[in-house]
Design a binder for this molecule. Sequence first.
Ligand SMILES: [Mg+2]
Length: 100
Amino acid sequence: MDFKEVEKKVVENALNYGKQYNITIDQDFALLKLYEEVGELSQAVLIHRKKSRPEKHLAEEISKEEVAKELADVLGMVMVNAHVMNIDLEEAITKKWINR
Ligand SMILES: [Mg+2]
């Protein structure tokens, strides 16, 4: 799957989530949800590094998988943000990170 295909599927899933739970996926929702996912990533990393309450600790491979899931959530919400702001994310990444 290329970048645009991944983006399309992620956005479709987000819009279906919105329909399912009667939530409008607008710019405010997308940005706040991105922050929520960044928070979840922080929590997952703290747990993975055993810098959380001991009762939250998980086996190494499981906590790493949780970090991977939250990274995916952050990236997915970045894609949703680009969509609701009508921004070509592939072009923006190419300009900002590749063709500097
Ligand atoms: Mg999450």
